[in-house]
Ligand binder design. Structure first.
Ligand code: ITT
Length: 199
């Protein structure tokens, strides 16, 4: 059976990627499935560098074709921050998603609205004896000052799709998985994966 490792330690991403990749006729493996505990230092200057580094590290450690996602939220009023540093956007070590959302809102408080923003995802696919392949996706909306919804993860409760008047956290996963930055990146990744696996 053909196997693809979902090379992330973020549980929210794992759930979404399992759903987004389910139409592909391969067995989806998570790091937990193979007891792989790997923490890759994200010291690249770009999403692509970080995504490639993660995909390669997981591919080497597992011997499996590996798909990694490096993503972030870019807020125009914060000059594109936190961007590449979205997972680490808080001065306090050990901060969680809720702390990061509160910190973002604190930093935006005195800025004029709307606080336009977009999510970005870069996906890297690493396979033995092949160059790493990179694809991307974006999705556009705005940050709102109060949290809404319980679905998803990360910044979802404060990221609004104005045309739907719903936050990312108010959407069912199936809907998020039609609109999100990650969904768009996976759409671009599917032809590459089909070719790699000979499907
Ligand atoms: P891995 O590196 O193990 O994949 P990570 O959480 O460290 O997990 P990133 O370095 O790519 O992943 O950080 C991306 C951060 O951007 C993530 O932790 C969230 O804070 C935010 N983010 C990315 N996609 C998101 C989404 O769909 N919804 C909400 N927040 C998201």
């Amino acid at each position: 059976m053909k196997k693809l490792l979902i090379a992330t330690n973020n549980k929210g991403k794992v759930i979404e990627l399992q759903d987004l990749l389910k139409e592909l006729d391969v067995e989806l493996i998570t790091p937990a499935d193979i007891n792989l505990d790997l923490d890759v230092e994200e010291d690249g200057a770009t999403y692509s560098e970080n995504a490639a580094k993660k995909a390669l590290a997981f591919a080497h450690a597992s011997g499996l074709v590996s798909l990694a996602d490096d993503s972030g939220l870019e807020v125009d009023a914060l000059d594109g921050a936190p961007g590449l540093y979205s997972a680490r956007y808080h001065p306090k070590p050990g901060a969680n998603d809720a702390d990061r959302r509160a910190y973002m809102l604190e930093n935006l408080r005195d800025k004029p609205r709307p606080w336009t923003a977009h999510f970005h995802a870069t996906i890297a696919i690493a396979a033995p004896n092949k160059d790493v392949q990179i694809v991307e996706g974006n999705c556009y909306g705005e940050i709102i000052p109060e949290e809404r919804g319980n679905n998803g993860f990360g910044y979802d409760p404060i990221f609004l799709f104005p045309e739907l008047n719903k936050t990312m956290a108010e959407l069912r996963m199936q809907k998020k998985n039609r609109l999100s930055h990650r969904a768009k990146a996976v759409m671009n990744a599917l032809p590459i994966l089909r070719k790699l696996f000979g499907l």
